[in-house]
Ligand binder design. Structure first.
Ligand SMILES: Cc1ncc(COP(=O)(O)O)c(C=O)c1O
Length: 436
């Protein structure tokens, strides 16, 4: 079968070097298990679970069948003032695996939307609580919270911000948690808990009562798997509690087993007030995001309006889309039935040991990892950030796809990947870096 596109010109590809791509396209035409196939017939192992979303591997028939059946039964329902059973069922399923006391879930369509939704929930909560003056948000350098204006305002990545000059005011950034002394540390580093004191400095500088929320990825994902130092998240929680600040964990990557538990909040033993999620919620088979909140937040917002009035003026045409809910339910059922989070946890040691086999290569200047999420930093070339994309292409033609951010490669195998599949991922990297 020929898979040549008529024209590659019209599709403006996101986060891509469009001209370079179109000169030598990498088109994926088939996906199954941990593998992709390209338009030339090449087989590529998927070392990034798509974009951290295909936790169960590609092409799960249970998910496809559930979406098909849902579309045949009831394809679309307006989510405002109407509902459908799968939305309530999926929210209940997710609530069951969330930290205790988080029993309310608001659906949207992406991780970026989950961040904007969380920002608005924070504002609505403080207003309902008589604290509408809390109008400052704290985020962190090297943070990635998606691409909507809310998420870009929180972002700590220069390239994601510099062209977009009209972001939200009143966002301040703590330092990131990468430290040279933590190079090549597996799991949580010993050093760096004191970086959480940056939040205390914000309180001392601006007044804790002016700060609405602190947003962090428990593990900063897209920027290269920055694992929180021991005690760091606990200290953020303490400072938030002492100052009435809401703590938001962006678990768009970490959620649904990546850290070996349902959520990183459980892996690190720190419970936030809000968790944002997306990606593996539907195994990537349908676009969907969600925001989970502590009961007190839901009750405060909902009970602050007169009975019969709309309580939260926010929502999307495609919030809780029936096909996405069907995909979400099928995904959550497989997580449960196949005990996928525990399997991921039991595979962690093997995965990290394999990744650390790259430690002897001259080209590797740092390794980091936790759960089934890992990263390596390449020794930069003359132009920092240029080696990563070049290596990404080379790896692809050698049979591996992983995500890169600048000179950092990210490895996030599907949670169902076997030891052989994980070994294959690492071997392609070694062979490519050593010219074999
Ligand atoms: C931590 C985090 N938040 C938000 C997002 C944005 O998600 P989406 O691309 O679905 O909008 C991402 C995407 O990678 C992410 O890693």
């Amino acid at each position: 079968m020929q898979y040549t596109a008529n024209s590659l010109e019209n599709h403006w590809m996101p986060f891509s070097s469009n001209r370079d791509f179109k000169d030598n396209p990498r088109l994926i035409v088939k996906a199954e298990g941990c593998y992709y196939w390209d338009h030339k017939g090449g087989k590529i192992i998927d070392g990034s679970s798509g974009l951290f979303c295909v936790a169960l591997g590609h092409g799960r028939p249970e998910i496809a069948d559930a979406v098909h059946a849902q579309l045949n039964d009831c394809d679309y329902v307006p989510p405002f003032q109407l509902g459908h059973p799968a939305a309530f069922e999926l929210a209940s399923k997710v609530a069951k695996i969330l930290p205790e006391d988080m029993n309310h879930v608001f659906f949207c369509n992406s991780g970026s939307e989950s961040i904007d939704t969380a920002l608005k929930i924070v504002m609505a909560y403080h207003r309902a609580n008589g604290e509408g003056h809390r109008n400052r948000f704290v985020s962190r350098e090297k943070a990635y919270h998606g691409v909507n204006i809310g998420g870009v305002s929180l972002a700590g990545l220069m390239k994601n911000r510099e062209a977009f000059t009209c972001t939200m005011p009143n966002v301040v950034h703590m330092r990131h948690t990468w430290m040279p002394e933590n190079r090549f540390v597996k799991g949580q580093p010993e050093h760096g808990a004191e970086l959480a004191e940056d939040l205390q400095r914000m309180c001392d500088n601006y007044g804790g009562t002016t700060i609405a929320a602190c947003f962090v990825e428990p593990i900063a994902g897209s920027t290269g798997c920055l694992v929180p130092p021991k005690g760091y998240l606990d200290r953020l929680r303490e400072i938030c509690d002492a100052n009435g600040i809401l703590l938001v964990f962006d678990e768009v990557i970490c959620g649904f087993g990546r850290t070996g538990k349902a959520f990183a909040a459980q892996s690190f033993g720190v419970t936030p007030d809000i968790i944002t999620m997306a990606k593996a919620l539907t195994n990537g088979a349908q676009p969907m995001g969600a925001v989970a909140v502590r009961d007190e937040l839901y009750d405060t917002v909902v009970n602050s309006s007169a009975y019969g009035a709309i309580e939260f003026f926010h929502g999307y045409t495609f919030s809780a889309h029936p096909a996405a809910c069907a995909a979400g339910l099928a995904t959550q059922n497989i997580f449960e039935k196949e005990n996928v989070f525990a399997r991921a946890e039991s595979m962690t040691e093997f995965f990290l040991d394999k990744l650390w086999e790259l430690e002897d290569l001259d080209d590797i200047v740092d390794l980091r990892g936790y759960g089934l999420l890992g990263a390596f930093d390449l020794k930069p070339g003359d132009t920092p950030g240029a080696r990563g994309p070049a290596l990404q292409k080379e790896l692809f033609w050698k049979g591996l796809h992983i995500k890169f951010t600048g000179d950092t490669g990210l490895i996030a195998p599907p949670l169902v990947a076997t030891q052989d599949e994980i070994s294959e991922m690492i071997e392609v990297i070694r062979a490519t870096l050593t010219g074999n």
